[in-house]
Design a protein around this ligand. Structure first.
Ligand SMILES: [Zn+2]
Ligand SMILES: [Zn+2]
Length: 292
């Protein structure tokens, strides 16, 4: 038991230390989430200001600061809080004989680097697309995902406005994806993650990008804005579930982009009663299920 407690505490302290070292530039640059996230955000925000799609939208749009807080909360504060728990689970699985290598189906280590990165990116994206569908399909998951859909004015920072439970819901399938792919180095995960963050920021940005014919592969702001539409097409529980890739929506016929003016109401029916502040938004999902 002591081993578990020690691992928990060490990992927790280690995460605080790592975050601090990131802030003062004492980690390798390509692993620096703190400044990486900040830099990507400033670049995409700059592009929003220079080339706005909805011109009337203010630079500091509604809930800008709330979303900025979510961004750093989900990436750092929550990551620190949960790190000990994940370490604990990792040890536990190891002790019952499940290691990250025991599920490997596809060993990537012999392949060229670019194809390793690409396969990792595609598989992880599919896993997240599937998880996202579940978040919309099941009421108990939708309650948490509502936080992300409570955005009424869209901008890059809305990307990371999500309930911390989503980190936990996404984790098992993502971990499984990583385990199935053997021979993967943590450095590569950083690269893939930074690419995904950048695409995610763009998907939420107030910039009109459609990628031309590549729209059937890459998700984009026009497509994702419709994911946030207040009024969904009849008989659906969601559309355009894509994270980085739009491909899955076209394959599974969950795509829907009727026009590209950028002027549509965002949110969900009943969002006028949804809490507006961080604390209550994070308590909401745990409350008693109300009929809607
Ligand atoms: Zn969604
Ligand atoms: Zn979104």
């Amino acid at each position: 038991m002591e081993k578990y407690v020690n691992a928990f505490v060490n990992s927790f302290m280690g995460s605080i230390d790592w975050t601090w070292k990131s802030i003062i530039f004492e980690v390798p640059w390509y692993t620096n989430y703190f400044w990486g996230l900040t830099l990507i955000s400033l670049i995409v925000w700059g592009l929003e200001i220079a080339f706005p799609w909805r011109k009337e939208q203010s630079i500091f749009r509604r809930d800008f600061w709330l979303d900025a807080f979510y961004m750093y909360f989900n990436f750092f504060i929550f990551a620190i809080a949960i790190s000990g728990f994940y370490k604990f689970l990792g040890l536990l699985f190891n002790d019952i004989g499940i290691s990250s290598k025991s599920l490997t189906l596809l060993d990537l280590s012999a392949m060229p680097m670019w194809s390793q990165l690409l396969i990792f990116f595609i598989i992880l994206d599919f896993v997240q697309w599937f998880t996202h569908v579940l978040l919309h399909k099941y009421a108990f998951l939708w309650k948490f995902h509502k936080v992300h859909h409570s955005v009424k004015e869209m901008g890059f920072a809305a990307h990371l406005r999500y309930h911390w439970m989503e980190n936990i819901i996404y984790k098992p399938l993502k971990t499984l994806g990583v385990m199935v792919l053997g021979g993967f180095e943590p450095e590569q995960a950083y690269i893939v993650h930074f690419v995904a963050i950048t695409i995610g920021h763009f998907n939420h940005a107030n910039i009109k990008i459609t990628w031309g014919p590549l729209k059937y592969i890459l998700n984009n702001p026009v497509m994702h804005l419709y994911h946030h539409a207040y009024t969904l097409p009849q008989g659906t529980y969601g559309i355009n579930f894509g994270i980085s890739l739009s491909l899955w929506d076209y394959i599974f016929k969950t795509n829907y982009v009727p026009e590209d003016s950028g002027n549509l109401e965002l949110g969900f029916p009943g969002d006028d009663k949804f809490p507006h502040d961080f604390i209550h938004q994070n308590i909401y999902g745990f409350g008693k299920q109300k009929k809607e």
